[in-house]
Design a protein around this ligand. Structure first.
Ligand SMILES: *[C@@H]1O[C@H](CO)[C@@H](O)[C@H](O)[C@H]1NC(C)=O
Length: 281
């Protein structure tokens, strides 16, 4: 195959893989775990005009929450943002799958939210939790009841451990209030390399500050800054071949803050490795 054909082929292949991965990973979705004992949820009245996941304005908004996975975080690992072992990557169980309205086509991946149960004395527990968006709760248009994750509804499908800190298990689904909060992460932003020489895909994770990424550029030691394209979840890609060159990254989070992570990967970097950006937002 000629080089160009190879590149096109790889692109198509990766896209198909991405679509396939997203569709198999979220079959679970946020089915109401206990349909018979669902607490009454309020009507969501600010769905159309609130800033949703993009609003970093300290405002509280209405949503609902359910849980998925077991108490150890089974089923909550990996997910539509492209993260892997969430314990190893520092997210632990403090994660959620977001409905379409909040997920924003993957742009909300990595964003942090404070969530509290509200308006439901029977099922709510006091206090709040802080979670990072790591997954997508897919809509199911063939359902007629319990449409928690269908647009335009705002929904957090929490890990079970997180759900149990704000509500009783038997509630199944509860109304919540939520707001964006800064992500507090330990250590530097990490960059995981995926893909192949003709399709470099990078997953930045452990991102502090706003947490979600608006734009990213990569620089080889012999190139200028190259704008990367958003792929699925929190992945960014370029077709520029950068093997054999040291890599630097320029990351812009959703709040407009840009930081340079210089010489993060040495010239002999490989695919499937993770590099420490040393600094964070
Ligand atoms: C969507 O909802 C229908 C009807 O409840 C159900 O049969 C189906 O399994 C659901 N699909 C997924 C992917 O969860």
């Amino acid at each position: 195959m000629k080089l160009l054909e190879k590149m096109v082929y790889m692109n198509v292949l990766m896209t198909i893989m991405a679509i396939w991965f997203v569709s198999i990973s979220y079959g679970q979705g946020a089915e109401s775990p206990m349909a018979g004992v669902v607490a009454e949820a309020p009507t969501i009245d600010d769905a159309s005009d609130s800033p949703g996941a993009d609003g970093f304005n300290n405002g509280w908004y209405d949503a609902r929450a359910t849980f998925y996975g077991d108490i150890h975080g089974g089923e909550t690992q990996k997910g539509a943002c492209g993260y892997g072992d969430l314990f190893r990557q520092g997210y632990g169980l403090a994660t959620a799958a977001l409905s379409t309205a909040l997920f924003n086509n993957g742009y909300t991946c990595g964003a942090c939210f404070e969530v509290m149960c509200a308006h439901d004395p029977q099922w709510c527990l006091p206090g709040s939790i802080k979670i990072t968006a790591t997954n997508f709760c897919p809509p199911n248009y063939s359902k007629t009841t319990d449409l928690w994750c269908n647009p335009p509804q705002k929904h957090f499908d929490l890990s079970l451990a997180m759900f149990l800190r704000i509500a009783k298990y038997k509630a199944g689904v509860v109304p919540v209030r939520y707001r964006r909060v800064p992500c507090s992460k330990t250590g530097g932003v990490k960059f995981e390399t995926k893909g192949n020489p003709y399709f470099l895909m990078v997953l930045p994770y452990n991102v502090g500050g706003a947490g979600d990424i608006k734009a990213m550029q990569v620089k080889g030691s012999r190139t200028g800054w190259i704008t990367m394209r958003k792929n699925w979840g929190q992945h960014l890609t370029t077709n520029v071949v950068l093997t054999g060159q040291g890599l630097s990254f320029r990351v812009t989070t959703s709040d407009g803050v840009t930081k340079d992570f210089m010489n993060v990967a040495p010239h002999n970097w490989g695919f499937g490795q993770t590099f420490d950006g040393k600094i964070n937002f």
